[in-house]
Ligand binder design. Structure first.
Ligand code: ATM
Length: 245
């Protein structure tokens, strides 16, 4: 007994590249194609911490896991991250479509160099942020029409869509306060108003409502341990891995 996996196209969404599963009753063998799990959410929700914790949990369950992030995850992507997040000395505002192009350039390199090969080799990929971030920040936050962004996303991802997206949700003021305590603000945190981050958060909640099969919302306002446990439960319910062992 085990899971049944097929990567194209998914019956529920019609998307290429999704995976369908039935609940395993014993420890799952490594899937023929790995699971692609993304963690999204507003600032200060703890995405990076939770991505690392989830990866350790999945490794303990016997899966081969690669953890990565956006923007970043490749040599080129990490250079683009430095450029994109650096607080600017220029008096001219950065055009949001320029941002979208650069985020998608980093994404394309990450997908082709890292994510696709890992999934094809049966590895599970856990990625902090992915294409939903561009729709939320450059789309709903900065006002770029979604059809333009979806065209860029398609070029960057070749329709690769996460099997599971965990939305780590936290109220904007709480998240920004946490971020302020933890690190120097990046360009977005430095230049955007609270209203921008409210639009981003509302966008994420809207995505989750529109795609309930892919999204699971986890409350990120409590302790790290609380989020950690909630994410493990989500992954267990989605993939059946908690029955392992
Ligand atoms: P963190 O990885 O620390 O969350 O920072 C990445 C920043 O880049 C984050 N900033 N804020 N505030 C969100 C932003 N971002 C986008 O605006 N669009 C994107 O497509 C991605 C991947 C990130």
């Amino acid at each position: 007994m085990g899971y049944a996996a097929s990567r194209s196209p998914d019956e529920r969404t019609g998307r290429q590249g999704s995976v369908g599963y039935t609940r395993p009753v014993t420890r799952p063998a490594a899937p023929a194609h790995g699971w692609f799990i993304t963690i999204e959410g507003p600032e200060g929700a703890g995405k990076t911490t939770q991505a690392d914790a989830l990866a350790r949990h999945l490794v303990d369950l016997g899966l081969d896991v690669h953890t990565t992030r956006e923007p970043g995850g490749t040599w080129l992507g990490e250079r683009l991250r430095e450029i994109l997040l650096a607080r600017t000395d220029s008096a001219a505002p950065t055009d949001p479509l320029t941002d979208a192009l650069l985020f998608n350039a980093a994404r394309r390199q990450l997908v082709t160099e890292v994510i696709r090969p890992a999934l094809d080799a049966g590895r599970t990929v856990v990625c902090a942020r992915f294409a939903d971030s561009t729709l939320a920040y450059q789309g709903y936050g900065a006002g770029i029409p979604l059809d333009r962004l979806r065209a860029l996303e398609l070029a960057a991802t070749d329709s690769l869509t996460p099997d599971l997206t965990i939305l780590l949700d936290v109220p904007v003021e709480v998240g920004l306060e946490r971020t302020r305590r933890r690190k120097e603000w990046n360009r977005f945190e430095d230049t955007e108003e609270v209203a921008f981050f409210e639009r981003v958060r509302a966008a994420y909640l809207g995505f989750a409502e529109a795609e309930p099969d892919r999204f699971r919302i986890v409350d990120g306002s409590g302790s790290v341990a609380d989020s950690d446990e909630a994410i493990r439960n989500v992954v267990a319910a989605t993939f059946g891995v908690a029955q392992a062992g």
